[in-house]
Design a protein around this ligand. Structure first.
Ligand code: DGJ
Length: 693
């Protein structure tokens, strides 16, 4: 259906959703978001102030609020005009309705400033996208002090907002928080998304996995973001999202414009599970790089936990041979191969091959990896420099800095001023050289510290650094992808610090977390799965006791956990016993037989260790399904569990295989009675394959 107009009411439609707003001279009034209702039925009353202290501007449910007049609520836009005026008065000018797009043109009453509010409709996907463009159509400078892409006003109070907290190694701590007569702020001020709050919102009042109304939105941005939920005294709830206004400013000179990042949002009556599946499909098909989003992901080996910085050609070749024997398809050398990089204290920025570790360069290793039939990948951290490096000694002026302030190091490193053309050229240049001189298929792009002393004296508006940094980084990745379309990229920022829609537009996968403990991972991966698809979630099987938690977990459990995303091995496999290697071979083979279901299927969270004894996740792709089940801790003698499956066809007959046990049941049976599993002992786990016969 796309778009409909009835008088001043505009209806935006997807398959199952309707979004309605009304055009008035000074207000764009939000009317409805949810199920489809005849547009002709809507008739809004005139907005009235509550008192002289409660203006119509605060009472109104606006589509696009801005700083001006008697507005004290959170707003989407704040500007300063060159003459010092810091007040906007936007009037409706025009609306352009297309099949899958609505553009509303607003213009300041006096100043030459135009705002375009844009909705893009993904009808079949049941997703609406929204962004805002601000254009300076006059002669004088305009400073944008705040720009949010998204605002939604929901009738009533009593909503809960969901997001995650956490820190390095504990990404994705889920929380649910009430929104009362106050604000809840989710944000990053670190320069990247970081390991704590993530740029999305989920709002509900009583939703569960499969039932209840859920409003959700994800911001396509990989920098300082801000999401504000506000419970209004006038009986409604607002949610706004965009670029963080903290220390931020964008200058528009004559004729210049700025487009805010896009928010993809939706509504469902069928709980979190429906929301997740819709987002997974949408992100896979509409956001992720098109030249790789339909490809099966290889099983990877990464040598980081095995060697740390102690990488040596011969030893890496040994690891590559073992990795091949186990069934790996991509061999990745991590940190430590370049410059004087023997620890995190030196060498970052010096992107030449370390001659002691690789006397004949990378070629012997790459040749061996290729001869074994695997692809080769390599780690880089292009945005950073160690003060103890040739690069820093030559170009101390290339890092972010303020006059009269010492630069604060973190992990012994500083952040390069990526807004400088010469730094961009250097970074692009070394990567271009690396990729053109070597047969490399995969780049792990790391970023191991947030910004400090974020000074870029080269910028006309210095507070635009936060925005310009990420733009510069992603522009380099974009250019490299164009030149090397067969090279794939992983976004890593000390683990999951760059998990967002902004990065997955240019990268093919995320490194989910440096925490590779399979028990913690169940929670980290569950939180991840709320929004992001399994195909982009790299998970490794590593050694025990785990370096972070000191926990020892059976290899099978570790495999099953990592098999719920794109499988990788990150242990010191030279030291694995024959028994471990045999288990690994078998499980990698099993993963290869079901990975299409995991990577391209629909995900159902059946049980969660957040509130159950067991944790189980099911993936369904057409006539096939796979269910992973985990029992971290056995309770008394209980070892039998019955799990009802989802997403199958009631009328079809399925072959059910759990290890050696094989039987046939109808979809109706599997979904209403369930599969019966025996899980005995702490950290037992299983994978059940269900296939239509
Ligand atoms: C942080 C990453 O998350 C790790 O996987 C590893 O690549 C190290 N950096 C290397 O320094």
């Amino acid at each position: 259906m796309g778009v409909k107009r009835f008088n001043d009411y505009i209806g935006i439609y997807t398959k199952n959703m309707q979004y309605v707003f009304k055009i008035e001279d000074e207000f764009l009034r939000h009317v409805h978001f949810g199920d489809i209702i005849p547009l002709e039925d809507f008739s809004l009353e005139e907005i009235k102030e509550v008192s002289s202290n409660d203006s119509i501007y605060d009472v109104a449910k606006e589509e696009f609020s801005y700083h001006g007049r008697l507005r004290y609520k959170e707003t989407c836009l704040k500007v300063e005009f060159e003459d010092g005026t810091r007040d906007l008065v936007l009037k409706f000018k025009n609306i352009i309705l297309k099949d899958n797009q609505v553009e509303v043109y607003l213009q300041d009453d006096f100043y030459k400033l135009e705002v375009v509010l844009r909705f893009i409709i993904f009808e079949d996907e049941d997703i609406i996208a929204r962004n805002v463009e601000v254009k300076n159509i006059g002669e004088d400078r305009v400073d944008i002090e705040k720009i949010f892409s998204f605002e939604l006003n929901l009738e009533g109070l009593g909503f809960f907002i969901h997001n995650v907290g956490g820190h390095w190694g504990s990404e994705g701590l889920r929380f649910r928080q009430p929104i009362n007569y106050s604000k809840v702020v989710l944000e990053s001020r670190k320069g990247n998304t970081g390991h704590s709050n993530n740029p999305y919102f989920i709002l509900e009042r009583d939703a569960t996995e499969d039932k209840g109304e859920v409003y959700f939105g994800v911001l396509e941005y990989s920098g300082n973001f801000k999401i504000v939920a506000e419970g209004m005294s006038y009986g409604h709830t607002r949610i706004l999202a965009g670029i963080n206004d903290f220390d931020s400013c964008i200058t528009l000179k004559k004729g210049e414009g700025f487009k805010s990042p896009t928010v993809y949002f939706g509504y469902t009556k069928n709980g979190f599970s429906d929301m997740s599946r819709r987002l997974h499909r949408f992100i896979r098909n509409n956001i992720m790089p098109k030249n790789y989003n339909k490809n099966i992901r290889p099983v990877l080996y990464n040598s980081w936990e095995a060697t740390l910085f102690d990488v040596k050609c011969e030893h890496q070749i040994e690891l590559a041979k073992r990795a091949k024997e186990l069934g790996c398809e991509l061999f990745v050398i991590d940190d430590g191969w370049f410059g004087e990089r023997n620890s995190d204290r030196a060498g970052l920025g010096d992107w030449y091959v370390n001659k002691e570790k690789f006397p004949k360069g990378l070629k012997p290793l790459i040749d061996e990896v290729k001869a074994l039939g695997m692809d080769f990948g390599i780690w880089v951290e292009p945005e950073m420099v160690n003060p103890d490096s040739d690069l820093y000694r030559k170009h101390p002026e290339w890092v972010y800095q303020f006059k009269n302030r010492e630069c604060t190091t973190s992990r012994n490193q500083l952040v390069l001023n990526m807004t400088l053309k010469e730094v961009q050229d250097y970074v692009y240049g070394f990567l271009d050289k690396l990729l053109s001189e070597n047969d490399i298929s995969f780049i792990k792009w790391d970023m191991n510290r947030p910004f400090s002393e974020a000074g870029a004296l080269n910028l006309e508006n210095r507070r635009s650094i936060w925005i310009k940094h990420t733009e510069a980084v992603f522009d380099i990745v974009k250019r490299l992808r164009e030149k090397y379309p067969n090279v794939h990229f992983e976004a890593c920022a000390s683990g999951g610090g760059r998990i967002d829609l902004g990065s997955i537009r240019y990268f093919d996968q995320y490194w989910t977390s440096d925490n590779t403990d399979a028990f913690d991972r169940l929670k980290i991966q569950e939180a991840y799965s709320l929004i992001y698809p399994a195909i982009a979630m790299r998970s490794w099987v590593t050694d025990c006791p785990n370096f972070l938690t000191n926990r020892t977990i059976p290899l099978k459990f570790r495999f099953h956990c990592a098999m719920m995303g794109t499988l990788g091995i990150g242990g010191d496999i030279n030291k694995w016993t024959e028994e471990e290697k045999n288990i690994a071979k078998k499980m990698i083979e099993e993963y290869k037989s079901i990975r299409h279901i995991v990577q391209f299927g629909d995900l159902y969270r059946l049980n969660s260790i957040q509130n159950d004894e067991i944790h189980s996740v099911q993936y369904v792709l057409e006539d096939e399904s796979v269910v992973f089940t985990f029992l971290p801790r056995q309770n008394y003698s209980k070892s039998k569990f019955r799990i009802k499956l989802k997403g199958l066809d009631s009328n079809k007959k399925y072959k059910v295989t759990t290890e050696e046990k094989v039987y046939y049941k109808s979809g109706a049976y599997l979904m209403n009675y369930g599969i019966e599993l025996e899980l005995k002992g702490d950290y037992s786990s299983s994978a059940t394959h269900v296939k239509c016969e």
